[in-house]
Design a protein around this ligand. Structure first.
Ligand code: ME8
Length: 510
């Protein structure tokens, strides 16, 4: 049977600087969903990459005495390295300076122009250079850019406009009739009431004030607006090019999920559908605007000096601890917080105490009592039920949470099995059973139940902490690592466990 396809994308990161842990969180979040879907049996296409044009990048390159291309090559490379470091299992890493993308964007612009959806006009407005955005007087906050709080300047230029107003009605209908298009719900209300209903103005889609961008094909004084350039990455790199579409595009488009941060929901849920309609293409199934990761409860900013970088964290705590922390600490719709202290607390309480300890204690007892040999004589007692029933229901529980992108809760549900396993040790007291020879089979059963609970947890932890799951599988010497093996009792018997390895060393906070 052919597998069902699943196309997931992240936002493409600006190559204006090295991404901090907040940007990196998005790649990890998308990765956990992509890995989960693969394990569920989907044919996944996971796309991420970099957004490399625009005035801000042109200026940054100048500051660094580099050509824009040299500058973006370096940063794009670093971003890719960070994604690799964090075990982000993308299928394609795209760049907006890829020739295939640049050519496709020009054809897209031409098609929109030929259709009458783009026309030449004049723009005069308040412009924020770092955000590459024009604002109206009423959108400013204290006279400054509502997104970044910096100064805006008055700017006038000849420009091409996209007829966003033409799609007003269709957008209203989309938001009113399709309740799952944009999640969480709060963002849908915000877009509909604050942006769409008050009336959409045509969108300025070209610039003449700088040159680092894709040229308007029929007027090379103009470069194409960076958001028109960037948003189309989701189709161009799959092989969409107006007059010719690839098999890959036919297979994977429309995307199932565009995962993006809450600050760019407007671009994805209003501009992007209008662009797609203009091209007569289908809309993505869903957009999820995730909350942000704050540093010490403040917005992370390179200029603020509070930026935390994934590579520093990984060096200190390892990849999986960082993945676990960011995935666990950001609830569905509220911002999460990160500090070194909080990360260390979570590391000790969850990873070292609950997970690491359980694995170590269980393997140590198996070694001590049965030379690490696994068997299951099935001497059942009622105390086992709680553990087994929960373990058998865990995939369904986790699946419900994953389908709603409640990743933090899914992790908690898996850790609940580990918590119950620790409690099970206290309830069954293996060290007491070990003193009574007639209880040998019961002791074997107890240890089997513990090892099996560890295996099931590790199978389900794969999307989030792949390296840790692999280590556990190796210690358990098990081949049963797929979701098909999740029913309790699938850990092989007559196998010998491998040497235990410390998964997470406790951190001494002092
Ligand atoms: O917005 N916590 O790029 P970008 C969580 N190039 N997510 C965060 C965050 C934080 N503290 N800070 C930023 C862009 N993000 C555009 C996207 S897509 C066609 C073009 C998220 O490098 C942010 O919301 O500024 C965005 O989704 C992603 O990181 C890249 O941000």
């Amino acid at each position: 049977m052919e597998k069902e396809k699943y196309y997931i994308s992240t936002a493409i990161a600006y190559t204006s600087g090295i991404p901090h842990i907040g940007n990196t969180y998005e790649a990890i979040l998308a990765d956990s969903i992509a890995r989960y879907k693969r394990l569920k049996g989907y044919d996944v296409y996971f796309q991420t990459g970099t957004d490399e044009h625009g005035e801000k990048i042109e200026l940054k390159a100048k500051d660094a005495s580099k050509s824009p291309k040299e500058f973006v090559d370096e940063i794009a490379n670093e971003i890719k390295n960070i994604w690799d470091l964090m075990h982000v299992s993308y299928d394609k890493f795209v760049r907006t300076t890829d020739p295939i993308h640049e050519q496709a964007v020009q054809k897209i612009f031409q098609k929109m122009y030929d259709k009458g959806d783009i026309y030449l006009g004049e723009y005069s407005g308040l412009y924020c250079t770092p955000c590459e955005s024009f604002w109206t007087e009423s959108q400013l906050v204290d006279g400054k850019c509502p997104d970044c709080g910096r100064e805006v300047t008055l700017k006038k230029e000849e420009a091409y406009f996209f007829k966003l107003s033409k799609y007003q009605k269709r957008l209203e209908e989309l938001f009113e009739n399709n309740t799952t298009f944009l999640k969480p719900e709060s963002r849908r209300n915000e877009m509909l009431n604050n942006f769409i209903k008050p009336g959409l103005q045509d969108l300025c889609v070209s610039r003449t004030s700088f040159t680092w961008g894709i040229k308007v094909p029929f007027n090379d004084k103009h470069v194409i607006y960076v958001w028109l350039d960037a948003l189309t990455n989701y189709i161009t790199n799959l092989g969409y090019s107006v007059d010719n579409v690839s098999d890959e595009f036919k297979k994977y488009w429309p995307a199932d999920l565009h995962l993006i941060g809450k600050d760019i929901v407007r671009f994805h849920s209003i501009y992007w559908p209008a662009f797609l309609w203009s091209l007569d293409l289908e809309l993505p199934h869903q957009i999820f605007g995730h909350p942000w990761l704050l540093s010490n409860n403040d917005k992370i900013g390179k200029s603020k000096g509070n930026a935390i970088y994934a590579s520093d964290l990984v060096e200190k705590y390892g990849v999986d601890a960082v993945r676990y922390y960011v995935l666990h600490e950001i609830p569905y719709a509220n911002d999460g917080n990160i500090t070194y202290e909080l990360l260390e607390e979570r590391y000790n309480s969850d990873l070292a105490n609950i997970l690491g300890n359980l694995v170590n204690r269980t393997l140590a007892m198996s070694k001590k009592y049965f030379n690490s040999e696994v068997s299951n004589p099935k001497v059942h007692e009622s105390v086992d039920d709680n553990l087994i029933v929960y373990a058998n229901s865990l995939l369904k529980i986790v699946d419900n949470k994953m389908n709603e992108y409640k990743i933090s809760e899914a992790l908690d549900d898996i850790f609940e099995l580990l918590r119950r396993s620790n409690k099970y040790i206290d309830e069954t007291c293996p060290w007491v059973l070990a003193k009574d020879e007639t209880k040998a089979d019961r002791l074997k059963t107890v240890l089997y139940n513990l090892l099996e609970s560890i295996r099931i947890s590790a199978v389900l932890l794969q999307p989030f902490m792949n390296e840790t799951s692999e280590k556990i599988f190796k210690m358990l010497n098990t081949k049963n690592t797929s979701f098909d093996t999740l029913e309790f009792g699938n850990l092989e018997t007559n196998i010998t466990l491998n040497e235990a390895e410390i998964l997470f060393n406790r951190i001494d906070n002092k």
